[in-house]
Ligand binder design. Structure first.
Ligand SMILES: NC(=O)c1ccc[n+]([C@@H]2O[C@H](COP(=O)([O-])OP(=O)(O)OC[C@H]3O[C@@H](n4cnc5c(N)ncnc54)[C@H](O)[C@@H]3O)[C@@H](O)[C@H]2O)c1
Length: 356
């Protein structure tokens, strides 16, 4: 990718449109096209999109606008999804677009989908972050180094901490209505080597026991969110997401889990489909809360062919199992997400691969 500095922003110069005479100052051809689309959309037949005022607007705006009554249209919100080019982000951008939101991906990497507009920015830089989030009503913050051991621990912490601080700061400075962001299941003590689960199913009340610098960055994010909420009144929803899977993962990876119950013991055999992450994000954007809330987000079942109580008895015989767990039910409780968000996971590996 070719990048160049534009003020405080790094932009993808290869994909910037050539501006020829005739466009208003400070706009490009795509902005003019966007204005035309906006006019069409106001007439009820056009498509959604986002980026009328951003210098880095690029790419046709793919997501369909679903119309609805004038009242419903007035509720359409402009959402920035940070990390929208990544695994969870792709599903979130698609889902929000399909539900009538105007969405902009902000990422250091352009979206793989040629029609998704990406605003290229490094969110570890506060100036770039504020510029990139300027026109949004709310932000879904997913950008991060998404696991331990991808880059050195200190770099994981620096990048995740600075980008999270900058996004939360920008939300406050820009007066956004809401922040929904990716915390992580790793907060609960994963990989349960030094620590043991205190009980199962694990819920949001379980002690937070970060065991990596990655998990530490998520714990710090939750602490910082509480203070930004106190200062600004902006609601912050933290999603403690389980191990994210996409459809091809089910056939390619899951059969390899089944013979050895210790292989996936590290997160109590949990997982979640990226499309269900997107559902949780969407519901978090409108749930009626004023403070900070955290929700575990997992599939409703485990990743194994064996039943959950059977797995607990073999691998964690000393961990108390609370409540009724039946069959392959998840050991990462999604009760709070179900009750408060209305979260209802739709995707299980069992629909894609036979236990054999
Ligand atoms: N993948 C999982 O199993 C999992 C589980 C729990 C939580 N999470 C969290 O969910 C979120 C999304 O994870 P994912 O699996 O989609 O990760 P991903 O790596 O597929 O996507 C992350 C995106 O963030 C972007 N990014 C990283 N640093 C950036 C920066 N400084 N500025 C701008 N963009 C930047 C990357 O380019 C990438 O497109 C992360 O916050 C991760 O910590 C992931």
């Amino acid at each position: 990718m070719t990048t160049a500095s534009l003020g405080s922003r790094a932009v993808d110069t290869a994909s910037r449109p050539v501006v020829k005479g005739g466009n208003p100052p400070g706009t490009c051809g795509r902005h003019v096209a966007y204005a035309k689309r906006l006019q069409i959309r106001k007439n009820g037949t056009g498509r959604g999109g986002y980026g009328a005022s951003g210098l880095m607007c690029r790419g046709p705006l793919r997501r369909p606008y679903h119309g609805g009554s004038p009242f419903e249209r007035s509720l359409v919100k402009r959402i920035v999804v940070t990390g929208g080019s990544g695994k969870a982000g792709r599903a979130v951008v698609a889902d929000l677009g399909e539900h009538g939101y105007e969405v902009l991906d902000v990422d250091v990497t352009a979206s793989m989908h040629p029609d998704d507009p990406t605003r290229i920015a490094d969110l570890t830089d506060l100036g770039q972050t504020i510029e990139s989030l300027r026109d949004a009503d709310a932000v879904v913050h997913l950008a991060a180094i998404p696991a331990p051991n991808i880059v050195p621990p200190g770099e994981t912490f620096r990048m995740n901490m600075m980008s999270t601080y900058n996004v939360f700061s920008a939300a406050e400075i820009l007066g956004m209505s809401r922040v929904v962001w990716a915390s992580s299941e790793t907060l609960i003590g994963i990989p349960f080597e030094r620590e043991q689960p205190r009980y199962a199913p694990i819920d949001e009340e379980h002690p937070r026991l970060p065991e990596s610098h990655y998990a530490l960055s998520k714990l710090a994010g939750e602490a910082i969110a509480e203070q930004f909420n106190r200062w600004s009144g902006i609601p912050f929803v933290a999603l403690r997401i389980s191990n994210i899977m996409e459809e091809p993962d089910y056939a390619e990876r899951f059969p390899g889990f089944w013979d050895d119950p210790t292989l996936r013991r590290w997160n109590l055999w949990g997982y979640v489909d990226a499309r269900d992450v997107a559902q949780a994000v969407r519901r978090s954007l409108t749930v009626d809360i004023t403070g900070t809330e955290a929700f575990l987000v997992a599939a409703s079942d485990n990743c194994m062919t064996r039943e959950s109580l059977d797995l607990m008895a073999e691998v964690y015989p000393d961990v108390p199992v609370l409540g009724d767990i039946s069959g392959h039910e998840t050991l990462l409780s999604i009760d709070k997400a179900r009750e408060v968000l209305g979260y209802d996971p739709q995707h299980s590996w069992r629909a894609y691969v036979s236990p054999g």
